[in-house]
Every structure is written in structure tokens, then in C-alpha cells.
Ligand binder design. Structure first.
Ligand code: NAP
Length: 540
């Protein structure tokens, strides 16, 4: 047990928020402004969540800075100056620290405090929250703001623990940075994190071995510095941008082409793809409205992508390995890079194809594949996350009848609207399974969820009711609806972390709500307007 946190507040509060990332910070501000007593418990020693931990070189957001920022306070929007179109990790972290200071949030956050248990007292309908510092709180409401991508996945590779060199995980990069000059570096993993880190690592390392099991689609970020004129224009346009974003499929103001990909001429289609390519990054998968539902439409995007990428890779055999052949484009999150494919033209970079020569084991000196031994000084694991449910599953959450959330979710997460769970009254999960989650802009999504929970708490107060609890029939219907919507797309065809496919033993369930951010916002607003239909409102 760690020593007790110095920030000791009241043991009884209205709301405990778990996590001081984007959602947790806003939750604290919002609930506090509603007159509620709030404590935020945060495992890290600072605010920022993923942006606190993921400090690997090249870490950068794939949503434009102007959109990946809070909308709740006009003065904040106007005073903060983003320096780049797609901000890098240090700037996003500085922004979140600024928000914490500006709204005086730190006094209600207990850092270095990891929640271990969240247990319901069925008599009082209060939650007891225990932590690894020994600090315990009770609360009427518990809000899980742990984030869908916060529980690192370290692969079970034989001998990893015998490696004598340095092992780093992209999601827990040392805060003081790492000097890899002159080193032989190995990277395992070519998802978004690996693809961003690899070009930077290649510049430092004497030799870089990239161990690739599955190729991914990556689109250049097209990042640029913002000028003062850009910033002025963006700030003047916030109201429109936000409105479009809230109604959109993914939480940004860019609209898909009005017609399906195959309904337009070849010339028009190419022009649309070129425009998205120039915009950069993840939105390429939403150039046309049917791109993720119609295989033929998807193919037009894939072929455009392939032509662009092959053009910048010198060795056609290397290009063959870097072009995915196992899933439609966009069915895993499209990665966003800066000079990723060009990095393989460097003399000091080697791509190791684990499909044909898998890793057999790791020893003290390096990595053995079935074909060769690669001596390595530093091994970088860019192996992702136990996503969507991983951080929630790490806590022992115990609801009615002593049933744990892990038991309730053993066949896959079961929620109503992503927010509520049967047997867990007044426990709200933010931006997790059953909501658009990682398919949307996480900042606006966090605001949407926090505002909804704040309204729900207000509703209980006006009714002098004590709790809101998702009904079992509503949960079942929502789970079915989410599954049916996913089945109507190509998204279930990839072995993605959206489906838990990257973690052995996880049930294969498409976890995010795929129906669009705007549509989802309407659904949860309608539920609230209908007196929280689908929830039991528990009277005192
Ligand atoms: P990821 O997409 O899950 O990628 C993990 C990589 O590690 C995959 O290439 C995977 O290969 C590989 N891997 C895992 N276990 C392995 C093993 N035992 N042997 C060999 N390879 C192994 O994780 P991520 O790159 O951290 O990205 C996760 C998500 O975080 C992204 O999709 C994105 O939503 C978010 N993210 C966003 C940004 C951004 O804003 N630009 C940056 C970083 C992360 P397989 O595919 O074969 O399993």
C-alpha cells in the first residue's frame, strides 16, 4: 500500500470521478459548478490522462487542434492559441494543465491514487471507493472517466523478462525523454503509436528494426504550423465548427461528400480523395458516406491510398509488406503519420515481417525470429491497449447482489447508451463501450457525456429521487441495436481492438456505437427528455 495522499478531502462526497484526463477534468468543473462536492482520483501524478502518459516521440493528435479542445467556455476558446494544425503531445498536455489551473481544478484532484475497488452499499445506495493509497471515500455517484485507451497491452512474448536492455512501452514513455543516439533499437507494433514513433526513432537510432505483424493503413497528417491569421479565422468560426461537429458522424466539422463513392465520376471521386488526403489523417476513411458500408466503395479508397503510398516507398518488396491485405481501409482506425513510409527508404531501417518469420522468443541480447537474431539495445513496445473495457476491468466494481461488473460483462460489455449498467445504480461510464467513444472526437464526446450526467443528477434532485439505474430490457435492446448497427458496416471485418481482437480471451464484440456522434447525441437527449426512459428512477 502506498503512503496516504497529502490531499485529504472529505471522506463523503456527492461524486467521485475516476481519472483526471479530458473527461475527468471537465466532469469536475461541471459537477462542482452545479454545487456538488466532487473528488477526482487519478493514478498519475498530473492531469491529462493519455496525454500525460503517452509521451513517445512523435505523439500527436489526429483530430485538428481547434476541434480537439473544450467548447464549454468561450473565453477559454478565445484565449488559447494552438501552434499547429495537429497538436503534439506536449502542447495538448500544456493545454490540459492550463485548463486545470484556469478553473482551479487541482484542489479537488488526488494524484498518485489508483482506484482499486468500487463497492455498492445496497442499503444506502452509496458507493465505497477504495484506493491503493489507503484513502477511501463514499459517494452517491461514481463517474468512470478512465478513458478507452489507458490500460497498456504488454505482449506475452517468451523471454521478454530476460531481455538485458531497456524496454519501453509507448504508452508509458519516460517523462524526461530517452536518448537513443547510437543505439540498436527494435520496435514491436505498427499501429498508430508505432507509426508515429518510428520516423522519430529512426532519426536517432544507429539501427532500427521494425517488427511488423500486421500492416496498417496510414495517411500523412498534413500537419502545418498555424499562422496568427489562421488562428483568428478559427476563433471567429468556433460557433459554426462546434455546431457542425456535434451533429456530425465523428465529432469534427468536416462533412462527407454528399453522394456515395460509386455514384460520382472517377474524376470527382479522385478530387474528393485528394482533398481529404490534403486535410490529413483519419478523416480519409469518411470521404464518402458509403465507404465503410459498401465493399466496392471502400475499394476505391483503398486503391487511391495504395497508389499514394507505393509512390513514396523505394523498394517494391518493402512496399508489398507495408500494404495491408487483410482488412478494408478504415475498419481499423486509420493511422496518421509524418514521413512513415519514407522512413523505410533509410539505410538504417529494416522492416521485419513477422507474418512469414514470427518472433520465436526474446533473449538477453535481442529478438529471435524464426529466421534470424536481431541484437538490440532498446526494445520499444508499441503494442497498444486492452482497449475500451481494460481500465474499468482493472477495478473491482461490485454492484447489487455482490455481482461484479466483470461478471456482468464477461460476454462483452453490456450498457444502456454506454452510460448506465443494470445493477450499478448511479455509476456512469464515460466515452466507453456502447457510445461512439473512440469513433468520435473525444473532447466533445466527453463534454456530451458529462453534460448528460449532470442533467441526470439535476433531474434526480428535482424529483427528490436517489438513483438512476439502467433497466435490464433497455440494456438488452441497446446491446442489440449496437450490434445490428455494427453488422451493417464493414467494421466487423478487421481484427481490431474495437472488437477486443487484440487481447487473448476477450469476447469478439464490436464495442463502440457506430451510428454516428450526432445521432447518438440525439438519442441520449431524447432519453433525457422522456424522463430518462429505460432507466429506473429510484425514489428515496
Ligand atoms: P494498436 O493499434 O493496437 O497497435 C498495436 C500494434 O502492436 C499492432 O501492430 C499489433 O499487431 C502489434 N502487436 C501487439 N502484440 C504483438 C505481438 N505479440 N507481436 C507482434 N506485434 C504485436 O495500438 P496503438 O498503436 O497504441 O494505437 C491504439 C489506438 O490509440 C489507435 O488506434 C488510436 O485510436 C489511438 N492512438 C491515436 C494516436 C493519434 O491520435 N494519432 C496515436 C496513438 C494512438 P497486430 O495488428 O498484428 O495485432
Amino acid at each position: 500500500m502506498k503512503p496516504s495522499s497529502p490531499a485529504q478531502g472529505p471522506a463523503e462526497v456527492d461524486v467521485v470521478v475516476v481519472g483526471a484526463g479530458i473527461a475527468g477534468l471537465y466532469a469536475l468543473h461541471k459537477f462542482r459548478s452545479r454545487g456538488l462536492t466532487v473528488r477526482v482520483l487519478e493514478a498519475g501524478d498530473g492531469v491529462g490522462g493519455v496525454w500525460y502518459w503517452n509521451r513517445y516521440p512523435g505523439a500527436r493528435c489526429d483530430v485538428e487542434s481547434v476541434d480537439y479542445s473544450y467548447s464549454f467556455d468561450e473565453a477559454l476558446q478565445q484565449e488559447w492559441d494552438w501552434s499547429e494544425k495537429y497538436a503534439a503531445q506536449p502542447e495538448i498536455l500544456a493545454y490540459l494543465e492550463h485548463v486545470a489551473d484556469r478553473f482551479d481544478l487541482r484542489r479537488d484532484i488526488e494524484f498518485g491514487t489508483r482506484v482499486t475497488d468500487v463497492v455498492l452499499d445496497e442499503q444506502t445506495l452509496r458507493w465505497q471507493v477504495d484506493t491503493d493509497t489507503g484513502r477511501a471515500l463514499t459517494a452517491r455517484f461514481v463517474v468512470l472517466a478512465t478513458g478507452p485507451l489507458s490500460n497498456a497491452n504488454t505482449p506475452a512474448i517468451e523471454g521478454l523478462d530476460t531481455f538485458a536492455g531497456r524496454v519501453l512501452h509507448t504508452s508509458h514513455w519516460p517523462h524526461d525523454g530517452v536518448d537513443l543516439t547510437g543505439e540498436r533499437v527494435g520496435v514491436i507494433g505498427t499501429g498508430s503509436s508505432g507509426i508515429q514513433a518510428i520516423p522519430c526513432l529512426a532519426e536517432q537510432a544507429q539501427r532500427l528494426h521494425v517488427f511488423q505483424r500486421t500492416a496498417n493503413y496510414s495517411v500523412p497528417a498534413g500537419n502545418t504550423l498555424l499562422t496568427e491569421q489562421d488562428r483568428r479565422a478559427q476563433k471567429a468560426d468556433y460557433a459554426r465548427r462546434r455546431q457542425l461537429s456535434m451533429a456530425s458522424g465523428g465529432g469534427s466539422p468536416h462533412q462527407a461528400h454528399p453522394e456515395p463513392a460509386l455514384a460520382v465520376s472517377e474524376q470527382e471521386r479522385r478530387a474528393a480523395y485528394e482533398k481529404r488526403w490534403a486535410l490529413g489523417g483519419v478523416l480519409f476513411s469518411k470521404t464518402f458516406p458509403d465507404q465503410l458500408t459498401d465493399p466496392a466503395a471502400n475499394d476505391t479508397a483503398r486503391l487511391f491510398w495504395e497508389e499514394k503510398v507505393r509512390a513514396v516507398i523505394d523498394d517494391p518488396r518493402v512496399a508489398d509488406l507495408l500494404v495491408p491485405g487483410d482488412h478494408p481501409i478504415g475498419t481499423k482506425r486509420i493511422c496518421t503519420d509524418t514521413n512513415y513510409y519514407q522512413t523505410y527508404n533509410r539505410d538504417n531501417v529494416e522492416l521485419v515481417d513477422l507474418k512469414t518469420t514470427p518472433i520465436a522468443r526474446i533473449d538477453a541480447e535481442g529478438v529471435h525470429t524464426t529466421a534470424a537474431h536481431y541484437p538490440i539495445d532498446t526494445l520499444v513496445l508499441a503494442t497498444g491497449f486492452d482497449a475500451m473495457t481494460g481500465s474499468v476491468a482493472r477495478m473491482n466494481i461490485v454492484g447489487r447482489d455482490s455481482r461484479t461488473l466483470n461478471e456482468a460483462w464477461h460476454e462483452g460489455p453490456k450498457t444502456y447508451l454506454g452510460l448506465g449498467m443494470t445493477g450499478f445504480p448511479n455509476l456512469f461510464n464515460l466515452t466507453g463501450p456502447g457510445s461512439p467513444s473512440v469513433l468520435a472526437n473525444m473532447v466533445l464526446h466527453s463534454e456530451l457525456h458529462v453534460d448528460w450526467v449532470a442533467e441526470a443528477i439535476g433531474f434526480l434532485e428535482t424529483r427528490a429521487a436517489v438513483a438512476l439505474e439502467a433497466r435490464a430490457d433497455a440494456v438488452a435492446a441497446w446491446v442489440d441495436e449496437c450490434a445490428a448497427r455494427a453488422a451493417g458496416t464493414l467494421m466487423t471485418q478487421a481484427n481490431s481492438w474495437y472488437l477486443g481482437a487484440n487481447i487473448a480471451g476477450r469476447p469478439r464484440v464490436f464495442m463502440p456505437f457506430v451510428g454516428g456522434f450526432g445521432v447518438y447525441g440525439q438519442i441520449i437527449a431524447e432519453v433525457a427528455a422522456a424522463q430518462y426512459k429505460g432507466f429506473d428512477v429510484i425514489e428515496a
